[in-house]
Design a protein around this ligand. Structure first.
Ligand code: ATP
Ligand code: MG
Length: 312
């Protein structure tokens, strides 16, 4: 549930927003949309709730998701607002700036009333992106959907997906506090973990141990080119698994975390052991960075297998 956007990417490195330059796009985007598309590519059922405008950017997004096999019945088309946009400018493969138009776009009009209860009833799991908690209304809708799914015995995964451009939204931080209480699978980036620490200067293991003690069942830490780690408590002992990253050519890192998360959550919930799900997710994230465009790097299980076979 959350933002449906189109994205425009700066064509050249070190291109700034303060000077005219070339941009490539529109690409269908929005973290929850990328996540849903990756779930569908793996051959599993995914549904997305959100809003687009009655314009070609909205149609581009809906048609692409439909083409990927995502159930798009939960997307509302609004006549009184335009589809959200994001502009991305890369300073380096690791450093990028965004200009978002999300809360004031069609995405921002989404409320709890836009959720069809019959569609929601079909959901056994909800994935929450921190980037989707951009307004009080969105937070409220997310909380209600999460509660309904949990009450029906479903599960929750949560990726903080913090964007420095969005940190001035006061409701967002408060929402993080209670969402974590309901989270089964937590998927932060390494740099986001300190936001969830009891106090400063704790090690990663200490922060993760606290979260696992507080009720989170599985923690997966994303480390971009350095791979990922999985944490879990078994028989009172902290179990850890670290996988190094694959060496790939980074064309466009946006969306890697979403593809990684979708692959881990989908395979793990479908019954694969966490180690195997992590192994596939690590490859899924690596594949994502090799393609230009946030959703263009999604991969099927057989594409991931092909990638893994080519690794030394
Ligand atoms: P974003 O929110 O920008 O999509 P993120 O911070 O959530 O990113 P990353 O750590 O950048 O997530 O990427 C997720 C996973 O994808 C990594 O843990 C790793 O498995 C894989 N990955 C990402 N970047 C690379 C890379 N350059 N080389 C190899 N693997 C990568
Ligand atoms: Mg992310």
């Amino acid at each position: 549930m959350g933002e449906l956007l189109v994205e425009f990417l700066s064509r050249n490195p070190h291109q700034k927003f303060t000077h005219p330059g070339e941009f490539v796009g529109p690409f269908p985007s929005g973290a929850p949309a990328i996540f849903a598309a990756q779930v569908a590519r793996l051959g599993h059922r995914a549904m997305i709730f959100g809003c687009v405008g009655n314009d070609d950017f909205g149609r581009l997004n809906i048609e692409r998701l439909r083409h990927e096999g995502v159930i798009v019945d939960g997307i509302r088309v609004m006549n009184n607002a335009v589809t959200g946009t994001a502009f991305v400018s890369y300073q380096s493969p690791q450093e990028r700036d965004f200009i978002f138009n999300i809360p004031d776009s069609a995405c921002g009009l989404f409320t709890e009333k836009d959720i069809d209860p019959q569609l929601l009833q079909q959901c056994k799991h909800i994935h929450i992106m921190g980037s989707s908690l951009f307004s009080f209304r969105m937070i409220d809708a997310t909380r209600k959907a999460m509660m309904a799914i949990k009450a029906a015995g479903g599960t929750v995964s949560f990726d903080p997906n913090i964007r420095k451009e969005m940190l001035n939204i006061p409701e967002m931080e408060q929402a993080f506090d209670y969402l974590i209480e309901y989270t089964d699978i937590f998927l932060p980036s390494e740099s986001e973990l300190p936001f969830f620490a009891r106090h400063k200067n704790l090690s990663e293991e200490q922060i993760v141990s606290d979260l696992l003690q507080a009720g989170v069942k599985h923690v997966v830490v994303k480390r971009a080119q350095r791979g990922a780690s999985y944490y879990h408590v078994e028989d009172g002992e902290l179990q850890t698994l670290h996988l190094p990253g694959y060496t790939v050519e980074t064309v466009d890192p946006t969306g890697a975390g979403d593809c990684f998360g979708a692959t881990f959550v989908t395979l793990f919930l479908s019954g694969l052991p966490a180690a195997k799900a992590l192994y596939y997710a690590n490859a899924s994230g690596a594949i994502a960075v090799t393609q230009q465009g946030p959703m263009e790097g999604i991969a099927s299980l057989s594409e991931i297998d092909d990638f893994l076979r080519r690794q030394p």
